[in-house]
Design a protein around this ligand. Structure first.
Ligand code: BYC
Length: 335
């Protein structure tokens, strides 16, 4: 859907920047458009650094969507009922769709999908830290919907106003689907909380394991965030990592009360003066360990992803052969 006005590179080849020279006039026109809150489209001139930042963020986001299929996919064959299985399959499939929109949006910046996937598979590219933790019980599926998708929505709603058009438009649809994901997770947990004591314990255990990881998902504190300042100036990020984290905490505490679970933080307390909840310290060492490849499931996630890609090669080959056949047919008919 983003490719109509652009020629997308062949597999395996990156495209050179369309506008290698950056004249003061071009930069001024770009800055003026950003200042007026206008959108930058694929055909427009943009500084190379803006393009690179977008490719980094959008491709990491796409990788997160497809790696994010794995922890929950783990439970499809063990869902407790047909209804829950159908919902989970649909949700995991949605995540693949999100990856698809996002890779397409990144391609409009002149990057080949195969290069982005190579970067993921070789361990060079990042994806969200959150998907490197194991899903130990069925309650984890509900908690991922409620907290992980909840955190994702909080982060992604402002991206619907991102200055880069294709990313912003992709995010509108992603956010609609994510909000369904969040509600299905919460509803599934509500059902468990109305069940037996061991079901309630299972939910509490899952919340205890995921809560801090979800707070870290928003990225490092603003003071340590390498890209935030520039990305906010360019209208890529609209709200800082810390502000989003705070909004997430404030929105989630009342939901936890309704659900009847406690959040595992003795410092979590309403602060009347700030009009926000205070919360404890995040373990940033653990976060960076995970981001840098040493979390509990990093190796397993990458190995599964690489295997799935290799096993899907025949599908890509078949699709390509079919497209070439159709193309030849059209040419013969036109001749
Ligand atoms: N995990 O300067 P900073 C989903 C990296 S998908 C790993 O603040 P930035 C879902 C960061 O990349 C969820 N790495 O960076 C899917 C940077 O490293 P590089 C994904 C992280 O870009 C399926 C360095 O730390 N959402 O929700 O300004 C099922 C410094 O950080 C993380 C998105 O991708 C992390 N958590 O801000 C269910 C949203 N945090 O690149 C759910 C789009 C930071 O210099 N992305 N890093 O090597 C963003 O909004 C921003 O990229 C971030 C980071 C807020 C994540």
């Amino acid at each position: 859907m983003y490719t109509q006005a652009l020629s997308i590179p062949d597999e395996g080849r990156s495209v050179k920047p369309i506008h290698p020279k950056e004249s003061p006039q071009q930069i001024q026109a770009f800055e003026d458009r950003i200042a007026a809150d206008g959108r930058i489209e694929p055909q427009d001139w943009m500084p190379e650094a803006y393009r690179k930042t977008l490719v980094r963020q959008i491709s990491q986001h796409a990788h997160s969507e497809i790696v994010g299929m794995l922890p929950e996919g783990n439970w499809i064959s063990r869902a407790p009922s047909l209804k829950r299985k159908a919902i989970l399959i649909a949700k995991v499939q949605d995540e693949a769709g999100h990856g698809q929109y996002l890779y397409s949006a990144a391609e409009t910046l002149g990057t080949a999908r195969s290069d982005m996937l190579d970067a993921l598979h070789s361990g060079k590219a990042k994806y969200s830290s959150i998907f490197n933790y194991p899903t130990l019980s069925w309650a984890d599926v509900g908690v991922i919907g409620w907290l992980v998708d909840g955190a994702a929505i909080m982060n992604q709603i402002p991206l619907c106003r991102c200055s880069y058009g294709p990313y912003a438009r992709a995010m509108i649809r992603v956010c609609k689907e994510e909000s369904f994901h969040q509600r299905q997770g919460y509803e599934s947990l509500l059902a468990m909380m109305q069940g037996t004591q061991s079901q309630r314990d299972m939910v509490q255990d899952a919340v205890n394991r995921w809560w801090w990881k979800c707070l870290a998902m928003f990225g490092p504190p603003d003071t340590d965030s390498a890209h935030s300042e520039q990305s906010m100036r360019w209208g890529i990020k609209r709200i800082s990592n810390d502000e989003l984290r705070q909004k997430f905490v404030d929105a989630t505490v009342p939901q936890a009360k309704v659900l009847g679970v406690s959040l595992p933080d003795p410092h979590l307390k309403w602060n009347e003066a700030r009009g926000h909840y205070d919360f404890g310290d995040i373990d940033w060492d653990e976060f960076w360990q995970t981001v840098n490849g040493h979390g509990p499931c990093n190796r397993e996630r990458l190995a599964t992803r690489v295997k799935a890609h290799a096993q899907g090669q025949w599908v890509r080959d078949a699709a390509l052969a079919y497209a070439q056949k159709q193309e030849r047919k059209l040419q013969q008919e036109a001749a």
